[in-house]
Design a binder for this molecule. Sequence first.
Ligand SMILES: [Fe+2]
Length: 243
Amino acid sequence: MARVAHIADLHLSVDEPIAHGIDLWAHFESVLASIADEGVELVIVGGDLALNEGDPKTYRRIAERLDAFPADVLVQPGNHDRPELFAEAFGRRYRWTGEPLDRVVTWRGFTFVLLDSSSGSVSEEQLWWLESVWRTTHPVAIFVHHPVIAGICRYMEINYELRERDRVYRRIAALADLIHVFSGHYHIAYDGLHNPVLQHVTPAVFYQLDPDTPDFAVASDRAGYRIIDLSPEGISTVVGFAG
Ligand SMILES: [Fe+2]
């Protein structure tokens, strides 16, 4: 078995360390302490590392902190990030050529697809790429910042939904009989089967939203994370809150 942490929506900033009355870096530290206690061996940072818009200082500080964390780390961008700045902080594997930072990664024998939705969309070229890597590498899960299913967080779906979300959902749904999709972006904790997509939304490190109102409403200022246990038999996952 292998244990992974998925953390998302850190929304960190060196220049603005407090936002919505929350000490952003303290939230990040509390989540790192919790997932260290859980014995995770890989951390997947699922986008929106930056508060509003990424900057080199903030990414460098995040990278230094993650370098000192006793686990492997993978990073993917969200809509508040600037992927062109990732390589300098997170290494050559994040070298940005103007194309999305899509990746297929095999770790401890488990293959994941990291699909880059930081532009707010997933292009036709990205979906072709996904279909071709799926056939050859048989991934256990897709990690994509934006959720691909509907009806789970009204405010975010009205204002910040993935463009052409249903088209992306249908293409992913055609890949296999059961597809685990791990996302962030909505600042909620959610797990639901939208056959055949098992959509997991990881609660934000920053704060959680009320999923049922069309207006912006913070439901909780607790810092969230997700634990994912991988085994040859399949995936089990649970969300947690720090502190
Ligand atoms: Fe986001």
